[in-house]
Ligand binder design. Sequence first.
Ligand code: SF4
Ligand code: MSK
Length: 641
Amino acid sequence: MAKELHYADEASKKMFKKAQEDNIDTIWERYEKMQPQCGFGLMGICCRICSMGPCRIDPFGDGPQTGVCGANADTIAARNLIRMIAAGAAAHSDHGRDIVNTLLLIAQDPTSDYQLKDIDKLKQVAAIYNIKTGNRENKDIALDLAKEALKEFGQQEGTLVMAKQAPPARVKLWEELSIMPRAIDREIVETMHRTHMGVDTDYKNIIKQGLRTAIGDGWGGSMIATDLSDIIFGTPNPLRSQANLGVLKKDMVNIIVHGHEPTLSDIIAIVSQDEKLINKAKEKGAKGIQIAGICCTANEILMRHGIPVAGNFLQQELALLTGAVDVMLTDVQCIMPGLRSLTNCFHTKLLTTSPKAKIEGVEHIEFHEDKAVSTATTIIETAIENFKNRDAKRVVIPTDTEGLIAGFTSESVFTFLGGKYRATYRPLNDAVISGRLRGAAGVIGCSNPNMEFEEAHIKMVIELIKNDTLVVTTGCNAISCAKHGLLKPETAFKHAGKGLQEICRAVGIPPVLHVGSCVDNSRILTILANIVAEGGLGNDISDLPVAGAAPEWMSEKAVAIGFYFVASGVYTMICQPLAVMGSKNLYDYLTDGIEAEVGGKWAFELNPVKAAHMMLDHIDKKRKALKLKPLVYEQAYKPVE
Ligand code: SF4
Ligand code: MSK
């Protein structure tokens, strides 16, 4: 059996121990059984793109140095890598497309179950597309916006309108480098074409297409997903909630929503408050209905409704092990097929809902946006009905929960830091310029059984805030931070440096700001663009004293995200390296040479504290280049030798 969890939150440790006692395999055992994993795959130098292969390059130089077709390690590793970008960009952007189609539905169907919840944002995003607003009906504006946004996916002429939200210097650079995306789908298709056998062979040219595809994700598909979700479901505002498995309730019907898209989960959150359904639950002996989330669906409904978070990626199986989940419903992405075998051990009904993501042998209740309320009602009734099948003797819910504040956005950070009457980024920029804040870091991304669960997330974030660096977070990092108490204002007084403490005290924010789900990394791009526009910290994102990290990354989406941050000029850290270590040329290019072209680069460092210090070194380098004042409070922090 696998090791213990040493660094995870207490609830995860308890449930992991329970799994071991009950002899139930989880992701950690499956990971251990997979050892040793293929070294060629880890180094990125195996290729199975055509049937003359599979081919592999000998990393020690004794065996073959090219595949059957003559492709070398640089070509093979670069091709594999940008195929990961294409898959990640496709996942985010297909999510974005579904949100656009929901907006279209609202505009065309007056009886739709969805509404336009943020009209200011509707008009603001419409203006990006030069859509007239004036006295027009909101539904007409929404119709035009949906049509324009849909064009971004498949247009055959021009370049992405949304990507022009980047600072002008960045847009100019992308145009000069010919990496301004033309259309979201087109870049994904071209990536697949170029990586077909015998097409693009030059590793730098391959990466260039990877950058263009990634920009189409961050400043295209993901940004559209975020902005249009705000219009439909409401732009989040800071709110309080709870995180960890203790949010499940022994005496309630527990429904977990899991995946990424908010279209169904948002409706579930609303419909679950229906008195009739609550009374039905009571008739079945429950005290009510508890909705909780896993992964980024959790983040979506936390940010907008304050629905508590049960856990992050590595906790999806642990949640079922409580024996208290009546329904776990899934939409798309980060859903482990391994959940199915757990439902054989407990009464939990696992329900898939997306036609894109079925699991063999698992009940499927297909969700379509035009029948949103009726599908949500059926799912909730299924959970109520299943409550009676719970085996009370097998229910073990850890009591651990932690309070949090979530719901920050590029707009609310703006209002918070500027104060109610000064809606401006000026105070934030001034805090950096005066040296009260060293800079800012985006720490995001998955959890992965190849690392000690949550150690890198938490150690890195604490090291950054200790050194007066404001952290913004999304995805599973945000959930880890929540469980470890880092999303509370009072955390600043325990862990943050004095300068950051002063800011947190003055405006009442935590030192770590939760800005949403994986697609909401686009909020971080918008924040960076706003900081540049505010002035005083250079002309481009690459001038800013900022850095990014996905310490425990796992998914292809994380690779796409990392590349759009690098393409935007951000120093981007991950602990486990990308699968490029078998190509010295590609490794050197991504961690060094690429910086001269786009201003950002990759860094890999397994030790999270050292990784944080490398990010701080980069931030200090940028402060020096901007000739900013010394820090108000010099820290014990020492640069990496
Ligand atoms: Fe081998 Fe070349 Fe085919 Fe890849 S494309 S499998 S390296 S022959
Ligand atoms: S859910 S992509 S494990 S952050 Fe967005 Fe978490 Fe990574 Fe999935």
